[in-house]
Design a protein around this ligand. Sequence first.
Ligand SMILES: C[S@@+](CC[C@H](N)C(=O)[O-])C[C@H]1O[C@@H](n2cnc3c(N)ncnc32)[C@H](O)[C@@H]1O
Length: 226
Amino acid sequence: MKVKETMIEGMYQLKIDQKNRLATKNKVPGTNVYGERLIKVENEEYRLWDPFRSKFAAAYLSGMKLLPQLKAKNILYLGVSTGTTPSHFSDILEDGFIYGVEFSPKVMRKFYRLAEQRPNLIPILADARRPEEYSSYVFDVDLLYQDVSQPEQAKIFGRNAQEYLKPGGEGIIAIKSQSIDVSLEPEEVFSKQMSILENNFGLKVIEHSKIDAYEKKHAVMIIKKE
Ligand SMILES: C[S@@+](CC[C@H](N)C(=O)[O-])C[C@H]1O[C@@H](n2cnc3c(N)ncnc32)[C@H](O)[C@@H]1O
């Protein structure tokens, strides 16, 4: 089997049954997280990374060119849920940490168990709309990642970026238009959210794309803080 590097360090492409699939090297060999396949290639175990379950993988396969590298970063991740995408970030990270914020105690229980196996995941049971509540647990980060289905997604991102993102830091926000306004066309919702990020919080959206092939009515934006 052929393993190829991708533009993102630590994310690989495997050719399986004539199809290219994304994967990371499994930090906890023999264990999967969300039912994904484990594939052994020359003494190394890979976990397939499902773009229908992870907006980062969906954004990559939708052709986004400016997705930030993850390997040498400390990451604040808003909306970790049970840890699908965070588990792949955890595979990729070298020395950094992922501060994982989630407000649902039920899904957080699963994330706690994942963090027991993966010491670079730091679970924080909190509401991302109130970033001041986790200031004792989170140090400034290089990357802010957000995937929360809330009406004020850009505002939540902006407030967390003000509080925790280092100057020069990068961000990724997955925007679900249906959680913001079902009466508007998704494009209109995306452009309003972009304008909040740029005009209200002084952030720069350097790339944006819909990820319709994987998640309907969703967009991903890549952000830079000056
Ligand atoms: C789409 S899921 C995230 C999936 C995850 N990012 C992944 O790729 O594996 C959205 C999560 O955001 C959480 N969430 C929504 N609003 C939140 C808030 N205000 N604070 C923290 N978590 C929130 C939900 O409970 C849910 O688990």
